[in-house]
Design a protein around this ligand. Structure first.
Ligand code: KIV
Length: 287
């Protein structure tokens, strides 16, 4: 059975999201309760069953099958080419690799922009075929009809504001919400997403003060990435977090391991053993 980290209790004795002892799946209601308790929580991306099982066993309460799989897993330059076929297959693997985390699947570019009917069809597919507990889509006001339709069908929706990578061709990769007008729009987008029924809002690359203001003004949790320390939760792309990503990573990430180095060293050690006769040895052989 999965060994979770030691249970932690908040001051009112309620089990916490991270490190809690419960073995049932986390739900969006647990996230709402954590906001009420003022408890912060971590979210990581994952794109396969094995990595997801590591994070699940580590007690990460929410795992996002992000369309960042385009850059981090599928070898594309952006998230734009990722399809719902790819998302559904990898989200199903992540669900199979986990037993406790709430698994959230991204609606990919082109799978919801046409309107609520298309959005609901894509979201329903992810829930039925992959088994995710919630979906994420980009945009505030511009995605409200989609959010409402999906929520009304009983599927929890996570909104994504600030830098929305599916709009890279118009937006680029830069900090959003700078200046009064943009800041005001971001706050009203966040409130609109909440009113449409979203259960949480990702804030990507927005000034820390603005993210703090959005967090204070919403009843639902905010999840920051490049949004300073005051959001309710923090998310990182797992390959950035673990130091597997090649080259420069964005300034807002932090590397908690050097997996690229570790894996490269292991591959070289294996290759040298094969070339030099150090592997396989007697103990690895059958007779
Ligand atoms: O696709 C993704 O991984 C994301 C996170 C960066 C929030 O949207």
């Amino acid at each position: 059975m999965t060994q979770l980290p030691a249970a932690q209790k908040s001051s009112d004795g309620v089990k916490t999201l991270y490190g809690g002892t419960g073995t049932r799946r986390i739900t969006v209601r647990d996230l709402a309760a954590a906001k009420e308790r003022g408890e912060k929580w971590p979210m990581l991306t994952a794109y396969d069953a094995m990595t997801a099982s590591v994070f699940d066993e580590a007690g990460i309460p929410v795992i996002l099958v992000g369309d960042s799989m385009g850059n981090c897993h599928l070898g594309y330059d952006t998230t734009v080419p990722v399809t719902m076929d790819q998302m559904t297959m990898l989200a199903a693997a992540v669900v199979r690799g986990t037993s406790r985390a709430l698994v959230v699947g991204d609606l990919t570019f082109g799978s919801y922009q046409e309107g609520p009917v298309q959005a609901l069809r894509s979201a329903t597919r992810l829930v039925k075929e992959a088994g995710v507990g919630a979906v994420k889509l980009e945009g505030g006001e511009r995605s409200l009809p989609q959010t409402e339709a999906i929520v009304q069908a009983g599927i929890p929706v996570m909104a994504h504001l600030g830098l929305t990578p599916q709009s890279v061709n118009t937006m680029g990769y830069r900090v959003q919400g700078r200046g009064d007008e943009d800041a005001h729009r971001l706050v009203s987008d966040a409130k609109a997403a909440q009113n449409a029924g979203a259960f949480a809002v990702v804030l990507e690359m927005v000034p820390a003060e603005l993210a703090a203001e959005v967090t204070r003004s919403l009843q639902i949790p905010t999840i920051g990435i490049g949004a300073g320390p005051d959001t309710d939760a923090q998310v990182l792309v797992w390959t950035d977090m673990a130091g597997l990503t090649a080259g420069r990573t964005p300034r807002f990430t932090k590397q908690y391991a050097q997996l690229r180095q570790v894996l490269g060293d292991a591959a070289k050690a294996f290759a040298e053993d094969v070339v030099g006769g150090g592997f396989p040895l007697e103990e690895h052989s059958f007779h």
